[in-house]
Design a protein around this ligand. Sequence first.
Ligand code: KIV
Length: 269
Amino acid sequence: MSTQTPIRRTTVPQIRARKGGDPIVSLTSYHAHTAAIVDQHADFILVGDSLGMVMHGMDSTVGVPLDLMIMHGRAVVRGTKRALIVVDMPFGSYEESPNMAFRNAAKVMKETSCGAIKLEGGARMAETIRFLTERGIPVMAHIGLTPQSSHVMGGFKTQGRDETTWQAHIDDAKAVAEAGAFALVVEGVVEPLADKITAAVDIPTIGIGASSKCDGQILVLEDMLGLNPWVPKFVKTYGDLGPAIERAVSDYAGEVRSRAFPGPDNVYR
Ligand code: KIV
């Protein structure tokens, strides 16, 4: 019998209970090795459908298929031990009906062993959120700038610059919270609106481009590492991996071309 206490993952109720408490730390991750690093610091890790743009060069998240989310979700679960893993439901996999959403969300949970799913939309998704949570699927909601609707919104635009639109966003937040969502991503909204949304609901708000008025923050890992050539204006970068990789590749190419590539005696550890 082992005497070691097993490491337990952060649970959905633990995240839910952090409303108004210690800020929740989260990042996206799409593969096992980066997830293992993020796991040491994050309360939850999102396998976001932004992977379509970040990993697969798509120009929006609209084309991401369910199977791709499952493949990356499995890798992230494999690479981690502590954080709650949340997997995004991609466009077209949940909007049509609560039944469709349940079928696909259950597939994601069974095939990845993640702890929760995320879907985009406010009041219009409330019925689906209730249907899923009543049947054992924890749901993180996502309002404000919802990238899957970027074609309707006319691009990736900050929401709430016009104060007359605020009430609709606040109503969205209340609707998903009342329907049973355990947390709420609030993306790309002006600070006073983020403040009002956070005050209006009893579940944690997780901001991305939505100021420190939220109960926690999330960033796309590759954006904050400086790995993407283009990053949204609100993203602070904490690394410069793009130039670092470029330097390493250039050094390697130089050694190969000048026949200075080291032999096994100099490389094997
Ligand atoms: O897909 C994603 O990475 C997301 C975050 C931006 C919240 O939804």
